[in-house]
Write a protein that binds this ligand. Sequence first.
Ligand SMILES: [Zn+2]
Length: 437
Amino acid sequence: METADLITLEDDCIQLLQELIRIPSVNFGEGKGDEEDVAKFVVAKLAEVGIESELIETGPKRFNVVARIAGADTTRPGLVVHGHLDVVPANAADWSFDPFVGDIKDGYVRGRGAVDMKDGDAMFLAIARSWARTGYVPPRNILLIFFADEEAGSSFGSRWMVANRPEIFEGYSEAISEVGGFSVTITGGHRLYFIETAEKGIQWMEITAHGTAGHGSFINHDNAVTKLARVIDRIGSHVWPQRETATGAKFWGKIAELTGEKYDPSRATDLLKHIGGAARMMGATTQNTANPSILNAGYKANVIPGSATAVVDGRFLPGFEHELEETIRQLVGQDADISVQVRDKALEVDFSGPLVEAMSAAILSQDPEGVPVPYLMSGGTDNKALSDLGIIGYGFSPLRLPADLDFFALFHGVDERVPVEGVKFGVRALVNFFENC
Ligand SMILES: [Zn+2]
């Protein structure tokens, strides 16, 4: 790409990011979200350069945007490039600036969505616009999608699209999206680029203890609240063994190699001290987790209820779903019932092949000292829904970040912001990536 075109593209991306942040597309959960204005903005920005798109309404104020960009070789399976348009709520009182200001201060674009994931949306949108302006044709077909509702289970977004409009995805084999490609500076100043190739699975469980209801002044040896408390204590304090996944072996092996440590799969967390703020998430990728998150019992001080319930947020590593189920069953024992409320699979793909090589090369084209590594994410993305159609998804929306920035704290966090130069780096890396995708 010509230098002048690249500068136009970078500036367009930053401007789009600011404008996207200023449209509060907050997802409050339980069906209460609003992607209408932001989706219509995306459609208009595509139309401005002559790209046709389809606006797909999936519920009141819930909208997805789909655009097809023909590649040079239309016989090759295409690449899905997807972002989500919703953001989590922001409590303005906790922030040091207006969460939807979308301004630039001290080199950062500021506001809710700056890292999750209006930055990625802006990059994908700006690149598609630059292709239209310059007449560039990518090597394979690109399906550009902006989903609703990623932050609340995707039932108005990727889940809906996969269930109701699967034909849209016909002819597409791979995907890229959020939470990958960003840099993390580890001990020794090595700059790693985390490419997401795996995601933990989700199992949310309701645990209900039953007992004998009665007067609060009597002796009660069958108190549901007491039983539930025992169960929840056992689950919450359980120490899960560290387990090795194929992705974890590559990730922790590389950390050990670069820091001169030994890698012991049963003690991978010994290496957390080397990865700064990334330790916040990465510790959870060495084991299953089950965190009690909701308690519900009783209604009056002097009435012992007949039952008590808790919700436990369980997450399992790829290949360790049964360990989670078995262990929870043992910890609960005879004291309570378990009912699974939400379950979603874990994902894991190999860190190899032409697309992975294109991602690694794209990073190195902009940062020759960078070290691309695969990583397992503790949460989930819309790649889970797409995997139901056999589409292999990666997290790749590159960002070069300052060594001292606690990036993971910004996701759903207070004072969310992203460095302007980091986003411009991402745009350049993506341009390179698409040329070789
Ligand atoms: Zn996100």
